[in-house]
Design a protein around this ligand. Structure first.
Ligand code: HBZ
Length: 789
């Protein structure tokens, strides 16, 4: 976008005056933020409209996801419009600090973690690549909770991003639809967010539905002075889009959750079909030619029976014809193999919430049951295993696979495990449905925006084509022996570390040595992600340093950031444990300058943007086979952090791209785990035989550490020692510690360390979400670049 200073100034002043009746020189940061946002919205309005017009003529992909973890929009939008530097300069001339303006924006935190952030990166890539793709979800009034620490324990407080409204959303009352539940109906009111592509005029759309009552107040009841009952209907309806479920693993099977899912899925499909009919009339057989719908995990899978309902009940299409359309339209992405996360609905609940959808689901189930009987007449077990409705539970993943033409995992290893184990029966039945789509991240947010220093240096070296084609980074390899380049990327890392140090001093009052190694694990808290392994190593290291004060050791700062699901007791206990150990170590004057432990409160997208660029070590230490992909691992790599990881998820591909010698790979492989399980794993073996391990594990229960009486440390101890250490924390401890020591030695050689950094950056090209999205576009959705003029 052309930047015309006079025009911007004029617009901004106009907005401030009209909206807040304030002049530019007297406006508060909040007022400037709002006016700036609205000015951006007014400048893109025409392109946004034209993009919609163009897309309506061609095949479009719709990304149905219960979560979009967008973070802030202002900075990203300015960057993608190519006017960020100009705006910063222009504000500076007016005596306004851009950073202060940016900090007025709340994160749009409508997601839990990787799955939601992936959806957000995909939006950026679709728009940048001029691809006709739109997101659909729920406009949760409260996103993922804000996390606070009290006595080292997590406390949750509601997140309220809409408190002062959102400048990036446009309400579209003309597109409102009604969603019918068994007992009631609600209004679905859409709000659109523009998704501004980088270096293109195209502006894509993320449509979020808000729930409202059909009758805002029941006047009859109200007049009878019964105010509470009069508002009950309204509350019940609005509850649907009130809050994001903060659970990212265990399937809860809650009624409100099902209502949320059906609400946004039904609204989205009604919207899609309405627009289809405007262009193509009643030629429903053409739906797969013009519409492709991606189901982001099982959360939107109720879309399959819902499209059947719309076609059969509403439009009068024959069941058999409708089923053909459905199968060609949907595709499904699996993000986990954890059994406890696979969604199942209790028939009784499903029937109560969506009775007609239950009948249709039963119809699909019966149809498939007959197919199975014909396919495997001699294998009743297999028939039973694959049923969509088993006993009184509806198996959403099975419904998804049966109703889709493509099913994908999110990293090579993950897809292989799905095919060989979890979904083996299905892969045998439908080999052509299965494919891999290794995740990716957008380099616009995760390098260009979050690390402008490294971004401009890369551009200085190889030009700026990498911003749209990340494989260009490979050209950096020519500098692998260039001392000047190596020392510059080292210096940039130090600069980013200093920025993070400053942020943590301001927000948490912690003092960190920027010359220490920053060893970082940021992600949701989960047993399988093994933050416990990490903190055990730190505690062991602390004992070593105490016993051996002259130990040759480069000062290290261990940084953690993680939210735990509010009901996940063990995860919360691990947060307390990290903070407990942090307090002991950071308070020990003998150790002070050598070892530090920091738990970053309320880890979220905006904080992540400060952390990834400052990391030296990327901790990716899940039990092999458990992490579907990981995407944080890619953000670290792109910013020159070295992976300390197991061969799990996309770590495997990261090590392959950068060379295993440029990462620190440790621990059991998937096959080792299979073998050890078969043989019988006894955690008492490493406990008794690995030096120092007993000391660490016992600290949980011998009084050296304190859970303040909650009993959770004893629970964790028992999970390890009496209940089999499911995630092989003790088994992998020794190898992990060995790698930690290796890192500490290697870090001293600045040049060879910087070479590793450069190798990682240069080989991060594969992990752009642009690459991922192009694969989805070409191999699943069959959509084409559609650029507006
Ligand atoms: O999806 C994550 C995987 O754990 C991670 O390995 C992968 O990289 C990422 C993107 O593919 N899964 C999640 O983040 N899952 C959730 O957040 C989730 C949210 C609600 C649920 C279940 C899972 O009900």
């Amino acid at each position: 976008m052309e930047f015309n200073k006079e025009k911007w100034k004029e617009k901004l002043e106009e907005r401030l005056l009209e909206k807040f009746s304030v002049s530019l020189k007297d406006a508060s940061p909040f007022e400037v933020y709002k006016a700036l946002g609205e000015t951006v919205m007014s400048f893109i309005a025409k392109d946004w409209y034209e993009t919609k017009q163009e897309y309506s003529k061609t095949k479009q992909a719709f990304y149905l996801s219960s979560e979009f973890l967008m973070g802030r929009a202002l900075g990203n939008n300015l960057i993608n419009l190519g006017i960020d530097k100009e705006i910063q300069e222009f504000l500076k001339e007016l005596g306004i600090d851009y950073n202060q303006i940016e900090d007025e924006e709340e994160d749009a935190a409508l997601g839990n973690g990787g799955l939601g952030r992936l959806a957000a990166c995909f939006m950026d890539s679709l728009a940048t690549l001029n691809l006709p793709g739109q997101g659909y979800s729920i406009r949760y009034r409260n996103g993922i909770f804000n996390q606070y620490l009290r006595d080292g324990y997590q406390v949750e407080k509601p997140e309220t991003w809409l408190k002062y409204e959102d400048v990036w959303s446009v309400m579209r009352p003309e597109d409102e639809v009604v969603v019918n539940f068994g007992y009631t109906s609600v209004r679905a009111l859409p709000y659109d967010m523009p998704i501004i592509g980088y270096g293109t005029k195209n502006v894509n759309t993320l449509r979020l539905w808000e729930a409202h009552s059909i009758v805002d107040l029941d006047l009859g009841v109200f007049n009878q002075q019964d105010y509470l009952h009069a508002t009950q209907d309204k509350t019940l309806a609005e509850d649907i889009s009130r809050v994001l479920y903060p659970n990212d693993s265990t399937d809860e099977g809650k009624k409100l959750r099902l209502r949320q899912q059906y609400f946004f899925v039904s609204a989205s499909l009604q919207d899609i079909i309405k627009k289809f009919k405007k262009v193509h009339g009643r030629e429903f057989s053409k739906i797969p030619e013009f519409i492709s719908i991606q189901l982001n995990d099982t959360h939107p899978v109720i879309a399959i029976p819902e499209l059947m309902r719309i076609l059969v009940d509403v439009e009068g299409v024959l069941w058999e014809d409708a089923w053909e359309i459905v199968k060609k339209t949907f595709s499904y992405t699996n993000h986990t193999i954890l059994a406890e996360a696979l969604e199942k609905w209790w028939v009784g609940l499903y029937q109560e919430v969506v009775p007609r959808i239950f009948q249709i689901t039963e119809g699909i189930h019966n149809q498939f049951k007959n197919e199975l009987a014909n396919l495997y007449p001699n294998d009743v077990n297999k028939q039973n295993r694959m049923q969509i409705i088993q006993g009184n539970m509806i198996h959403m993943a099975w419904l998804a696979i049966y109703g889709s033409h493509k099913v994908n995992g999110v990293a090579e290893l993950h897809t292989e495990i799905l095919k060989e184990h979890e979904l083996r029966d299905w892969y045998e039945l439908y080999p052509d449905k299965f494919l891999n789509k290794t995740n990716g991240i957008t380099q616009r947010r995760w390098l260009l925006k979050s690390n402008p220093q490294l971004a401009s240096y890369i551009t200085e070296l190889i030009g700026d084509a990498w911003i749209k084609d990340l494989s260009e980074l490979k050209k950096l390899e020519q500098f692998i022996d260039d001392k000047k380049v190596l020392s510059k990327i080292w210096d940039i890392k130090i600069e980013k570390k200093k920025e993070l140090v400053e942020y943590l001093r301001e927000t948490q009052g912690i003092d960190i040595n920027p010359n220490s190694i920053f060893d970082v694990q940021v992600k949701r808290l989960h047993e399988y992600k093994r933050q416990l392994l990490n903190i055990f190593q730190v505690y062991d290291l602390y004992q070593q340093l105490k016993q051996n004060p002259n130990m040759d050791f480069v000062p290290t700062t261990y940084i953690y950031g993680a939210k735990a699901a509010p009901g996940y007791k063990v995860a919360k206990g691990i947060i307390r444990l990290i903070n407990d150990i942090a307090q002991i170590i950071n308070g020990d004057d003998e150790i002070k300058d050598r070892l530090k432990v920091v738990f970053v409160e309320n880890y979220r997208v905006t904080v992540a943007e400060k952390i990834f660029p400052a990391a030296d070590i990327s901790e990716q230490i899940s039990t092999a086979g458990k992490e579907a992909s990981g995407t944080g691992n890619m953000k670290f790599m792109l910013n020159g952090a070295i992976t300390l990881g197991t061969l799990d998820g996309a770590n495997v591909e990261i090590a392959k791209e950068a060379g295993e010698e440029n990462e620190y790979i440790f621990g059991m492989r998937v096959k080792d785990i299979e073998e050890l399980r078969k043989k019988g794993y006894d955690p008492r073996f490493p406990y008794n035989n690995v030096t120092g391990l007993k000391q660490v594990v016992d600290a949980l229960i011998d009084g050296r550490l304190s859970d303040l009486g909650s009993g959770i440390y004893r629970e964790i101890h028992s999970l390890l020692m009496e209940r089999g250490d499911q995630y092989f924390v003790l088994e992998d401890f020794e190898d992990y510690r060995r790698k930690q020591r290796e890192i500490n030695r290697d870090y001293k050689d600045k040049i060879s360390w910087a070479k590793k950094m450069l190798k990682n950056i240069a080989n991060a090209g594969k992990f752009s979400s642009d690459r991922t999205i192009l694969e989805y576009a070409n191999e699943i959705w069959n959509i084409k670049e559609t650029k507006i003029k």
